[in-house]
Design a protein around this ligand. Sequence first.
Ligand code: COS
Length: 379
Amino acid sequence: MNFDLTDDERLVRETAHDFVEKELKPVAMETDKNHKIPDEILKKMGELGFFGVYAPEEYGGAGLSFVSYAIVIEEISKACASSGVLLSAHTSLAVNPILEFGTDQQKEKYLPKLCSGERVGCILLTEPDAGSDAANVQTTIEKKDGYYIANGNKIFVTNGGFKDVGILFATHDKSLRHKGISAFILDLDSEGVELLRNEDKMGIRGTYTSVFALDNVKIPQENLLGKEGEGFKIAMDTLDGGRVGIAAQALGIAEGAFERAVEYAKERKQFGKTISSFQAIQFKLADMKMRIDQAKWVTYQAAWLKDMKRPFILESSIAKAAASETATYVTKEALQIFGGYGYIGEYEIERMYRDAKITEIYEGTNEVQRIVIGKMLTK
Ligand code: COS
């Protein structure tokens, strides 16, 4: 068994780490306060290749492994969970389905601008009545005059506010449930696509979480992704990869909070000693570290299995649930170590605590992950 990263994976970690320390950390607080990732940060992440880490070079990607992609998300999320999920949703939920299910023409048309960061991708799957029950999609699609026509509502669209490119899921016949769904590449500047609002949220406040209405949106036939009726399979396969991205994001949040808690415990004095000398604090740090290392290896394992093109549905759900529960646990304990200072937000822990919670919810709640794990174990 070899736990070593490849040279490329080590290099991409160094590159991401360097960018985080010099450029991302200094603006992470303002990103949260202003509800916006600065444009220069998006531009720099594009130049560094972070928008297309594992897409092949022929489409403008960096041509690296899925493990490299997880490492980039992890490093970035140590400082800024908003930037982490922006990249994760873009890559896993838009670049990946085009790569895996797209035609050559679709790849040539959409991937270069997505991989450079010129356009930001998203997924339009969730609806008011189709959240965990993803097969209950109510957005309709019908063929008319050589086009597909979409009508319906989509919510919780991470990155939707960029209004660039989305992967849309819609049904030909609701009674068929998952067998009636198709997937499409949708240009979000198409007529009839209305961005109703970007939600105000508890955490990951630098990202857009958008609500759309689709009113007789004309989609060219060549934008069908895969075959008609294959949409649910595409959604599930897409989410399998996406869950590894969220695991990496959660892992990064946990590691970022842990690093700050250790530093603070070694500086903060009470009763004439640093608080790190108290066993109560050391036990907390030990428990946090144990949980982080467990989350780390299941996340890397799931990413590696995807690189090896081996089945990884079980492992991706385990990684997502384990890492997100680690993130909420570790940020809670870190905040406790910071005491009152953690609560007023002076030391970033307050933001990390808020950012962590969503990782237990999006890209399949942890209850859904347990359904997937349970089904895999008993089928
Ligand atoms: N990966 C690949 N295929 C999967 C899958 C997965 N993780 N989960 C289910 N499938 C396949 C099944 O194998 C089945 O295929 P066949 O029709 O060939 O047998 C098909 O999908 C339907 O499966 P199932 O009957 O289990 O579907 P359900 O409607 O009961 O839903 C859950 C299963 C709950 C697991 C699914 O709806 C889900 O993942 N929900 C959460 C959606 C989500 O994450 N939303 C957040 C989006 S954030 S952008």
